[in-house]
Design a binder for this molecule. Structure first.
Ligand code: FES
Length: 569
């Protein structure tokens, strides 16, 4: 087996001296440079990313496994993306991190890599970057937080923030109680423990075959998370010896499995964009249409917030993702290969269920027909998405007058105004929150309702935008409209009072305005300018693709392999 690390550490000359000598300042003995596999541990640890703040400890357990299997572990940092602090939005930087990951792997003496990810964007960013190198790679998720506990009941990350915040706005909760809930929600290491984007993507990792069985749901502080890290370290060394590269695992079948699993868990709409982007990097032809077709008859088996009652900790104790995958039976390609060298069918064959309240059977699902609905029409010729399991059934076919907001600042400035011309049949329309428009496509699509509607006891309205939505949120929310307003899509032309028709069953979203009127409005439309005329913002603005293409940069799909670059010494 010829290892790429030998091009650094195997040289008996001046360059080899340089490569080894400086490494030895870390106390590394000679025998580690004897030609054993070098395993990179790609770490998104950061104190600014609280969901990933325990990753140094996880990396230590990965190292134990690597050493035990005869490998040489080397941990390296990449830019981290903390969902709760970064502005304007982490999504702006997902592609930047993917470039960091790709170039860090290729430029260094790495034979295989363990990817440590947790908070929402860290998972797709690391998979995208590593896929463009296509070395043996295994992803280890950081695990969810323990259940939130507030005054005798379980509360979920994000989901209960939105609920509490609406309660405060309509006077049902005091500000004092609201503040008291903060520490009760996030009470251990780990990522959001609802079925938000982080949990969805952790399930996607396991469903794709990129993570070891049970990776998705073990709580971050459970000792079994650290045992899994140890096992991952052992396994990646074997993967290097077997030359088990990402492209052997990330096949079309793997993506189809992941799409169905996202349906069965009631997963986040963000998975749509991320999976399209990952597929683009590894060269699998995946489209929005695949999401609609493959997810259409998938039942939601999981009773987790935001759609249901329970949380990730409960999911793990009920059996975790292997149990759910086994329950999907023929909807899953059981012969798809996974990182442990077995097929996904073999991995889940013995999985038992320990709580049928949490993981339901295919015969008695939590919800029928879950998946992601992909809408078309003159408002979204290239597509838009809606999550039926988070929507109100009565609003899935709806016609209403548009109440238009030009951007999110305009929305916040006017939504609480008592004289806002809106009723419960209105359709809230938000523009300029897509990839180019914001920039970075933030999670603002689940716009809060006007107080005067909330006071009537109404908790959902049809809302449409080119933005994304937090996976912890809920409502009849049309997202990812493509082309976005800032790219001159029809969304840019919607005016107050226009009638919008939504028919989820028919997969239709239509603006009831004549073509000639739309042409007239388009002539008056002015394209926005980038926020900054330099730096990464400018690169992103000039090159980001629309949501239906995964919002990757247009020069990043595909890969450049992991050949050894020339030396400069
Ligand atoms: Fe990090 Fe939710 S804020 S996963």
């Amino acid at each position: 087996m010829k290892l790429r690390s030998a091009a650094w550490f195997g040289l008996r000359n001046r360059d080899g001296f340089i490569h080894r000598s400086w490494m030895k300042n870390q106390g590394l003995p000679d025998h580690l440079f004897d030609g054993r596999p070098v395993i990179g541990i790609c770490n998104t640890w950061s104190e600014l990313t609280p969901c990933n703040a325990h990753f140094r400890k996880i990396a230590d357990h990965v190292k134990r496994g690597v050493y035990e299997a005869g490998g040489f572990p080397l941990e390296f940092p990449v830019m981290s993306l903390g969902e709760t602090l970064m502005r304007p939005t982490t999504m702006l930087f997902r592609n930047l991190v993917s470039m960091d990951v790709e170039e860090s792997i290729r430029a260094n003496p790495v034979d295989g890599v363990v990817l440590l990810a947790g908070c929402d964007k860290t998972t797709p960013a690391l998979l995208m970057g590593a896929a463009s190198c296509d070395l043996p790679a295994l992803m280890l998720s950081g695990g969810p937080m323990l259940n939130g506990k507030f005054r005798g009941r379980d509360i979920g990350s994000g989901t209960d923030v939105w609920k509490f915040s609406e309660d405060v706005r309509c006077g049902a909760m005091s500000m004092c109680d609201f503040m008291a809930a903060e520490a009760c929600m996030s009470r251990s290491a780990g990522h959001c423990m609802t079925m938000g984007t982080a949990s969805t993507m952790a399930c996607v990792v396991e469903a794709l075959g990129m993570g070891l069985p049970t990776n998705a749901a073990i709580p971050a502080v459970d000792s079994r998370r650290y045992a899994l890290a140890h096992t991952a370290g052992r396994r990646i060394v074997e993967m290097v010896k077997e030359d088990l590269r990402m492209s052997k695992i990330l096949t079309r079948k793997a993506f189809e499995n992941a799409i169905r699993v996202v349906g069965a868990i009631g997963g986040s709409t963000n998975a749509v964009i991320h999976l399209l982007a990952i597929a683009g990097r590894i060269g699998v032809d995946l489209t929005l249409h695949d999401w609609d077709v493959l997810g259409r008859n998938v039942p939601c088996l999981l009773n987790l917030m935001p759609a249901g009652k329970y949380l990730m900790e409960d999911f793990y104790y009920a059996g975790g993702l292997p149990t759910l995958i086994r329950e999907l039976g023929d909807l899953i390609h059981r012969d798809a290969l996974t990182v442990n060298g077995k097929t996904i069918g073999e991995n889940v064959a013995e999985a038992d269920c320990f709580d049928r309240e949490v993981i339901r059977t295919a015969k008695d699902p939590f919800r029928d027909n879950s998946g992601i609905a992909v809408l078309r029409g003159n408002l979204c010729p290239n597509g838009a998405v809606l999550k039926p399991s988070a929507a109100t059934p009565e609003l899935m076919k709806h016609s209403g007058r548009a109440v238009v907001f030009d951007n999110i600042e305009d929305f916040y400035a006017r939504i609480d105004a008592p004289d806002l011309d809106v009723d419960e049949r209105s359709v809230l329309v938000l523009k300029n929150c897509g990839p180019r428009g914001y920039p970075g496509m933030p999670e603002v699509g689940n716009m809060p309702l006007p107080p005067k509607i909330l006071k009537k006891g109404i908790t959902d309205m049809v809302r449409i935008s080119d933005a994304r939505m937090s996976g912890t949120a809920f409502g009849t929310v049309v997202l990812h409209i493509s082309p976005e307003a800032a790219a001159g899509g029809t969304l840019a032309l919607v005016q107050n009072g226009d009638v919008i028709d939504l028919d989820v069953h028919a997969r239709r979203l239509q603006l009831e305005v004549s073509d000639s009127e739309l042409v007239r409005r388009k002539q008056q439309w002015k394209a926005p300018q980038p926020v900054f005329e330099r730096g990464y913002y400018k690169l992103y603005f000039d090159h980001v693709m629309q949501a239906d293409r995964g919002a990757d940069l247009d020069f990043l799909p595909g890969g450049s392999g992991a050949g050894v670059p020339r030396d400069s010494h």
